[in-house]
Design a protein around this ligand. Structure first.
Ligand code: 6LW
Length: 523
């Protein structure tokens, strides 16, 4: 380990940050990750040393309409690139993935600053997902993606395709070409293309995004191929190493420092126990890459490392996030996300020390939910907030949640029943089955509520009263996935969140007022 450089501690982006697309512009590094059914769409981070990252915030709000998107639909793997002073961001807004067909419309937005504003989206094709743009030295740009195949009896992953993209006209031209069929690992996706020493290098994700995930490299002298797979494939995997902390290693993208050092940003997951459940979702890690004499990239041992020598650059840490959000300003901090609709004043207002949330629809509505949440980034962490809410029927409730998707969550809430009037208790949902957990503790309209996560265990409390322990492992990618005869009906691609949630099933939109939301990792 060298002392003169920043040390990378993986994962660099803990909690739900999958499918990293990394980019350098000058001395600045940027990283885009998937956000699925959460707004703002596409999460962006910035670094000066690859070791320390600060959230820039999200790119897409008004450009996206995720009304009715399924759980783990929405914004899948984005591709961030840069050409002629402009950032290009391509992404899929997945409308459907179950039932054989895939509805995967791809779009591109642009901005001259990473802080935006991002342009209106220009439509691309919907032939597959995991889009990325490659800007060649001759000024031409190309869209890569996978190709999906709905035909029964065929593999759904039809390989990697490429099609020219006209930057000035903002549209695809010509026809897509089959670029790479992939290896025996299968499920070839997540393509990113790079140039080095006269070669085109195609990086793909294979083996599926779970335990058998890997990073595959192929190269060609010509952009359109043929691409030859690295004889030492894969570049990275944890498939044969269940003992490692970092699992699911795959879906990578490369970056080169100005001094010519190379790194790979990639997806990883940290299960609660070996090959167990991942409540933190799929996270982002960074590995150092070297090159063999005949020009193939290598990562030490071909496996993901938790501690990695950073680039030969001075360490550049950023100020940490405050533990307590006092909602002093009218805009939400970059750590907050909202479910299936952007944070707009018709249902959500912040400022003056509180966050006011107008009660919305049930989670199953897949639209109009009133949920503001932040990623759980540690397996030992306490989330607290004060809620003021005055329900007058069982059809109104507000409180704090540990949430995975519409079918798996816990809600410590102020609700109402005939016996107690307004009262605090816990409502849970596991694979769509609701449960109410007493005691119901009468409350005069204001309560400071607490959720404590300790590994696979969740406890709820209000004053001296405790609920639980509850099984927190249901808030995981693995439990969220539900299959029909081996075919996924619901994917689990996101991660667990803590959130502030108000529901009003009367249609009246009763408002809950939240103050002092605190998220504190355990020492
Ligand atoms: C991502 C793709 C994948 O777009 O999962 O299993 C998708 N494969 O690479 C969601 O992260």
């Amino acid at each position: 380990m060298r002392n003169d450089v920043a040390t990378i501690h993986n994962p660099v982006l803990p909690g739900f940050h999958p499918d990293p697309s990394i980019l350098r512009v000058g001395d600045d590094y940027y990283l885009a990750t998937s956000t699925f059914e959460w707004y703002p769409g596409v999460r962006l981070h910035h670094s000066k040393d690859l070791a320390h990252w600060r959230p820039v915030g999200g790119a897409l709000t008004g450009q996206l309409d995720m009304t009715g998107n399924p759980d783990s639909g929405g914004v899948w793997a984005p591709g961030l690139s840069w050409a002629d002073g402009t950032f290009y961001l391509v992404y899929t807004d997945v409308k459907a993935y179950a039932g054989g067909f895939w509805d995967t419309p791809n779009h591109v937005v642009t901005a001259t600053s990473i802080d935006g504003p991002w342009s209106d989206p220009a439509p691309l094709h919907a032939r597959g997902f995991d889009p990325s743009l490659f800007h060649d030295d001759d000024g031409r740009s190309w869209l890569l993606s996978n190709r999906t195949d709905w035909r029964p009896g065929r593999p759904w992953a039809g390989g990697i395709i490429i099609q020219e993209y006209d930057r000035a006209a903002r549209r695809l031209v010509g026809e897509p070409i089959d670029l790479y069929a992939g290896t025996a690992a299968g499920m070839t996706e997540g393509p990113h293309l790079y140039r080095r020493d006269g070669w085109y290098y195609l990086i793909t994700a294979e083996g599926g995004t779970e335990w058998f995930h890997q990073v595959t490299v192929a190269r060609s002298r010509d952009l359109l191929g043929p691409y030859v797979t690295d004889p030492g494939t894969p570049l990275l995997t944890s498939a044969h190493r269940p003992d490692l902390t970092l699992q699911k290693a795959g879906h990578g993208s490369l970056v080169e420092t100005p001094a010519g050092e190379w790194f790979l940003a990639h997806l990883t997951g940290r299960p609660l126990s070996p090959r167990g459940r991942c409540i933190l979702g799929r996270e982002t890690a960074i590995q150092r890459v070297t090159w063999t004499g005949d020009g193939w990239p290598r990562i030490d041992g071909g496996v993901p490392h938790e501690v990695v020598d950073g680039p030969d650059l001075p360490a550049h840490p950023w100020p940490g996030e405050p533990e307590t959000d006092d909602f002093a300003t009218t805009s939400l901090g970059p750590h907050w996300s909202t479910l299936r609709r952007p944070a707009t004043a018709d249902w959500l207002t912040a400022g003056g020390g509180s966050l006011r949330v107008r009660g919305g629809r049930s989670p199953g509505a897949q639209s109009g939910e009133s949920l503001v949440a932040r990623r759980i980034q540690h397996t030992g962490v306490t989330f607290e907030a004060t809620v003021a809410f005055a329900p007058s029927t069982y059809q109104q409730m507000a409180g704090i949640t540990a949430y995975y998707n519409s079918r798996n969550w816990y809600l410590l809430r102020i609700g109402w029943d005939e016996e107690h009037g307004p009262a605090v208790d816990v409502l849970s949902c596991e694979r769509g089955r609701l449960g109410v957990h007493g005691p119901a503790v009468p409350v005069d309209g204001v309560a400071r509520l607490r959720l404590e996560l300790d590994g696979g265990v969740l406890r709820a409390s209000y004053g001296d009263v405790e609920w639980g322990p509850f099984d927190a492992s249901i808030l995981s990618d693995e439990h969220a996935r539900e299959d029909d005869a081996g075919v996924p009906r619901v994917w689990g691609f996101t991660g667990a969140f803590f959130g502030l949630w108000a529901q009003d099933h009367t249609g009246g939109g009763l408002t809950a007022t939240f103050t002092a939301a605190t998220c504190k990792p355990h020492p």
